[in-house]
Design a protein around this ligand. Structure first.
Ligand SMILES: NC(=O)c1ccc[n+]([C@@H]2O[C@H](COP(=O)([O-])OP(=O)(O)OC[C@H]3O[C@@H](n4cnc5c(N)ncnc54)[C@H](O)[C@@H]3O)[C@@H](O)[C@H]2O)c1
Length: 319
C-alpha cells in the first residue's frame, strides 16, 4: 500500500500535486504537510493535513512513523527571490530540510522520493540556449547553490544507500490556483491576475527577458511520469525538463490579443540579474528519451487556459 507525504503542500505546486496524488492513490493515503500557511479547504477536506517544519527532524520522523509513509514528495523550500532576501533561511530550509528528508527516508526504508531541483542550478557560465543535461552548474543565488548541493546529495544517497530519489529541474511554473511563493519567474503568473482583474501590470523584468517556463498541467504530468518510470530506464537522478520559452513581451502580447486594452509597463528590479543568469531554452532530450516526456502546452494554448481558469475563479468571487 502506497502512503505518501507531501511537504510544502500549501505551496504553488504542492497544493495541486497533492490533489492529483489523492485522486490516484485515495485521499486518506496522501498526507499533506503545510507549514505556516493554512490549507485551502480542498486540501484540508480531501485527506489528512499536518503542520510540519522540515528543519525539525524529530517532527518529520513522527509524521513518517505515524502515517506509515512509503513515498515522500519533498516540495518545502525557500525560492530564488525570497532566498536572496534571506539567504540564511534559504540555506537552512533547503539544505537541512532535504538532508532530514533523505535521512528519515533512509532509516524508515522509504521506497521513493521526489525532490524538485530548478533551472537555478545554471548560471552565467552555463550555455544559455538549449542548455544540456550535463553542463556547467554555476549558480549565483543562494537558492541555486542549495539546488546544486541538493542534486549532489540526492545522487550520494542513491549511490551510497540505494535510495530511489528522483527529481526535475523545473523551469518557471505558471498556474492559476495558488500564487507562486517568491520566485524570479513570478511575473509570468502575476501578469494574468492583473489582466483578469482589469488592472495594468508592472513587470519586474525587461520586455526582452526570455526564460524557460511550464504550465502546471505539464508540471504535474512530468512529475507523475518520472515517478512511475521503470528504474532501469533512468540514466539520471535529476532531469532537465521544459515546456516553453518566451519573452515577457511575447507573453504580454499574447494576453493582449485576448484582453484588449491590457497595459503592461516594465520596471526591472533585483530579480532581473537573477533572470539574466539563467538559461533561455532547455534541452530536455534525456527526459524525452528515458521516460517519454513531452509537454502538451505551447504559448497560445497556455494563455488561453490560464485566462479561462482565472476568469472562472473571478466569477466565483475568489479573485
Ligand atoms: N514554482 C516554480 O516556478 C518552481 C521552479 C523551479 C523549482 N521549484 C521547486 O519546486 C518546489 C515547490 O515550489 P513551489 O513553487 O510550490 O514553492 P512555494 O513557495 O509556493 O511553496 C513552498 C512551501 O514550502 C513551505 N515552507 C517554507 N519553509 C518551510 C519549512 N521550514 N518547513 C516546511 N515547509 C516550509 C512554504 O510554506 C511553502 O508553502 C520547491 O523545491 C521549488 O524550489 C519551483
Amino acid at each position: 500500500m502506497t502512503k505518501i507525504l507531501v511537504t510544502g503542500a500549501t505551496g504553488q505546486i504542492g497544493s495541486e500535486l497533492t490533489l492529483v496524488l489523492r485522486e490516484k492513490h485515495g485521499g486518506e493515503n496522501v498526507v499533506a504537510a503545510g507549514h505556516k500557511k493554512s490549507p485551502h479547504p480542498r486540501l484540508a477536506e480531501t485527506g489528512p493535513f499536518v503542520t510540519l517544519d522540515v528543519t525539525d527532524r524529530a517532527q518529520l520522523e513522527k509524521v513518517v512513523r505515524e502515517y506509515s509513509i512509503t513515498e515522500i514528495y519533498h516540495l518545502a523550500a525557500i525560492l530564488s527571490a525570497s532566498g536572496e532576501q534571506n539567504p540564511g533561511l534559504a540555506w537552512r530550509v533547503n539544505m537541512e530540510g532535504l538532508y532530514n528528508v533523505l535521512e528519515v527516508a533512509r532509516e524508515a526504508g522509504i521506497s521513493r522520493i521526489f525532490w524538485p531541483s530548478s533551472i537555478a542550478v545554471f548560471g552565467p557560465k552555463t550555455p544559455k540556449e538549449n542548455t544540456p543535461q550535463d553542463t556547467i552548474l554555476s549558480p549565483t543565488t543562494m537558492y541555486g547553490i542549495t539546488k546544486v548541493a541538493g542534486e549532489l546529495l540526492c545522487e550520494y544517497y542513491h549511490r551510497r544507500y540505494g535510495l530511489d530519489v528522483r527529481g526535475l529541474r523545473f523551469p518557471g511554473i505558471i498556474s492559476s490556483e495558488t500564487p507562486p511563493g517568491g520566485g524570479t519567474t513570478d511575473y509570468a503568473v502575476e501578469i494574468f491576475y492583473a489582466a483578469v482583474r482589469g488592472e495594468p501590470y508592472t513587470c519586474f523584468v525587461r520586455p526582452d527577458t526570455v526564460l524557460p517556463m511550464m504550465y502546471m498541467p505539464d508540471c504535474l504530468k512530468a512529475t507523475l511520469l518520472l515517478m512511475e518510470a521503470d528504474p532501469r530506464c533512468l540514466r539520471y537522478r535529476i532531469y532537465n525538463v521544459t515546456g516553453l520559452s518566451f519573452s515577457a513581451e511575447e507573453l504580454a502580447k499574447e494576453i493582449q490579443k485576448r484582453v484588449p486594452g491590457f497595459r503592461v509597463e516594465y520596471k526591472p528590479d533585483f530579480r532581473q540579474a537573477i533572470a539574466d543568469s539563467w538559461p533561455r531554452t532547455i534541452d530536455d532530450s534525456a527526459a524525452r528519451a528515458d521516460w517519454g516526456w513531452k509537454p502538451d502546452y505551447d504559448l497560445p494554448k497556455m494563455v488561453e487556459a490560464m485566462l479561462k481558469a482565472l476568469r472562472r475563479r473571478k466569477e466565483r468571487g475568489e479573485l
